[in-house]
Ligand binder design. Structure first.
Ligand SMILES: Nc1ncnc2c1ncn2[C@@H]1O[C@H](COP(=O)(O)OP(=O)(O)OP(=O)(O)O)[C@@H](O)[C@H]1O
Length: 594
């Protein structure tokens, strides 16, 4: 954070320089600001006072300037050195007491004894709040009453800075003779906030805290993924609205709702409000909790980020509390379910993508296993029920026989359920997981759509398997077959294995074509190829023929098996095309709602 502007009663000073290195030029209205200019003195006083009411530290290590403490406070230490060159002022003042900062009060004060013995109170805080504690205004070396006009002018300066996306902090002070006898010392005695009255308003600083460049695209991606981003901040409403607009959280005419407005709302009103308002400013910690609760009561799944102690209750209450790993307090991290190691919002969006891909892969795995297993079950079931129709009879006595042997069923499970199923776990993203809305909380991993797919694919696998047997068997539905039961059964068995292997490509998406990203999973191709080789081995090698009850197949058989098995691909392609046609208009409507 960097202080780029100081506004006092006499004018505006712009400070150049980035980062925490205290190097920069002071200008006013585009021209260099001389040290003997009254405005220079006023700005220097604002920054000096803000550096006294301050708990941060600035130090140089090996040419690098580093801060300790709150970056907002450190910004004062950097800026005052840009004007003064040194931090000399602080050495003249010994801190004797403080009224600490809190998010509720939005200001803090420290009491200091000057070398000459006088005790002064220095305050800094949210300008609108601080001004309520002020009765005078600093102009040059003198003070004048802070009448309505001057107060309005000061507030207008704050609004102007806020509209330009500056974070604003006001600075004030007052001689505090009533604290003359305060002892002070190392333990920094607390003083009562009742001393924060009749302050002299010195001016306001504009702090720039540029969002990371990756934040805006991450927010756009989150919106596309059906995630609504709500900004809840202690900042000024105009600052919050401006930053939210720049980040694409709200539209250009969007506004920020001040937290105080929430105090008058009952639960129902709040629930209606959180549905439409996406920026809440000048909030107190309890507002954060109320907003989270209202969103949850409205049926939303809420992830909440935070760093401060006062964020902890809201983080705990949210479905997913996300604490900042670098700037977050221990309390916040304890209350959170997730800790962001790099404090970067974009990482949350990446995590959502990663989570969706993992969930998708779990569904692919389930889809594949259920597709192929249903194929086996229905093959055996229909094979038994329709054995007579299909010509599945024993040559010796004409009795009905099983379509598949037990060892063959075990083999199918070995070949299909192992390699290809495991390869589903590392499948890359086929569908754009961030282009669809989140799942409902009550949605099942195996939904109706998947059940339909299981039924259709299972049916197709069983039909092509049994028809292949029928083709080669004498009699049955398709006449002309002349092969033995062993050969026909081996052809059916091979068709089933091939169909199950092809199903692995179908199962990668519920809606996208199997040809999309066809070669993006080398593991899957490896597993499928291995399956084909093993099937050729089990059919062609005599020792395995004995173990698995198979018989050698000729070229026509292999071709027929491959062609019949491929039907499982074409039927599924047609079905998915139908789904895409039906779902397209619905997808657009969802996007419009977001
Ligand atoms: N160290 C500080 N000293 C004095 N005033 C401060 C300090 N830090 C913040 N403020 C003022 O208090 C207001 C509320 O601060 P708070 O920490 O609650 O929220 P925030 O700093 O805006 O951060 P967040 O966006 O995380 O809520 C700030 O907008 C600022 O005006």
């Amino acid at each position: 954070m960097t202080i780029e502007r100081v506004v006092t009663a006499s004018g505006t000073v712009d400070l150049s320089g980035v980062g925490y290195a205290p190097v920069g030029r002071a200008t006013s209205r585009g021209g260099e600001l001389g040290e003997d200019d009254g405005l220079h003195g006023e700005a220097q006083f604002v920054l000096g006072a803000g550096s006294l009411a301050n708990d941060a530290q600035l130090a140089e290590h090996d040419g690098e300037w580093e801060i300790q403490g709150d970056p907002t406070e450190a910004a004062f230490l950097v800026a005052v050195r840009k004007l003064e060159g040194t931090a000399e002022r602080a050495s003249h003042y010994g801190r004797v007491g403080e009224v600490p900062f809190s998010s509720e009060r939005k200001m803090m004060s420290t009491a200091h004894r000057h070398e000459n013995g006088a005790v002064l109170l220095f305050s800094k805080g949210a300008p609108d709040v601080l001004l309520e504690h002020c009765s005078r205004l600093q102009v040059g070396d003198a003070t004048v009453p802070l009448d309505a006009e001057r107060r309005a002018r000061a507030l207008a300066d704050v609004d102007e800075l806020s509209d330009a996306a500056f974070r604003t902090l006001g600075v004030a002070y007052r001689p505090a003779p009533e604290l003359q006898n305060i002892s002070g010392g190392e333990d920094r005695p607390l003083i009562d906030e009742s001393h924060e009255h009749d302050l002299v308003y010195a001016g306001v600083v504009g702090i720039i805290d540029p969002p990371r460049p990756e934040a805006r695209p991450a927010i756009a991606e989150a919106h596309a993924a059906g995630i609504r981003i709500i900004m809840i901040t202690g900042d000024h409403p105009a600052t919050a609205a401006r930053i939210a607009r720049d980040l694409g959280i709200i539209a250009d005419d969007g506004i920020a709702l001040p937290g105080a407005r929430l105090d008058d709302m009952d639960e129902q009103e709040l629930r209606d409000t959180v549905r439409s308002v996406s920026v809440f400013a000048r909030v107190a910690p309890e507002h954060k909790l109320r907003i989270v609760d209202a969103l949850q009561a409205d049926g939303q799944v809420v992830a909440m980020t935070g760093d401060g102690v006062n964020d902890a209750p809201a983080l705990k209450s949210a479905d997913i509390g996300v604490a900042m790993g670098i700037t977050g307090t221990e309390v916040t991290k304890e209350a959170a379910k997730m800790v962001l190691a790099d404090d970067d919002f974009a990482t949350i969006v990446h995590a959502v993508r990663e989570g969706r891909v993992i969930f998708d892969n779990i569904r692919k795995f389930l889809r594949y296993l259920l597709y192929s297993n249903m194929g086996e079950v229905l093959t055996v079931f229909f094979g038994i029920v329709f054995a007579g129709v299909l010509g599945l009879t024993a040559a010796a006595d004409g009795g009905l026989v099983l379509p598949l042997l037990a060892t063959q069923i075990l083999w199918i499970n070995l070949v299909t359920d192992s390699g290809p199923a495991l390869a589903m776990g590392v499948d890359p993203e086929i569908d754009d997981v961030m282009a669809r809305p989140p799942r409902g909380i009550h949605d099942r991993a195996i939904d109706t759509g998947m059940w339909i797919g299981i039924a259709v694919t299972g049916l197709v696998i069983s039909v092509v398997t049994l028809l292949t047997m029928d083709i080669f068997l004498p009699g049955g539905l398709i006449p002309g077959g002349t092969d033995t039961l062993e050969v026909a059964r081996t052809a059916g068995f091979t068709t089933l294995v091939f169909a199950a292997l092809i199903t692995a490509f179908n199962a990668r998406s519920a809606t996208s074509s199997a040809f999309r990203g066809l070669f993006s999973n080398a593991w899957l191709w490896g597993a499928v190829m291995l399956g084909v080789v093993l099937q050729v081995a089990v059919v062609s090698l005599p020792p395995l023929q004995v173990a698995f009850g198979t018989a050698a197949l000729d070229g026509t058989h292999w071709l027929a098996c491959a062609a019949m098995a491929s039907l499982v691909l074409w039927v599924e392609e047609v079905r998915k095309f139908g789904i895409r046609v039906v779902e397209r208009p619905r997808g657009r409507a969802d996007a419009a709602v977001l």
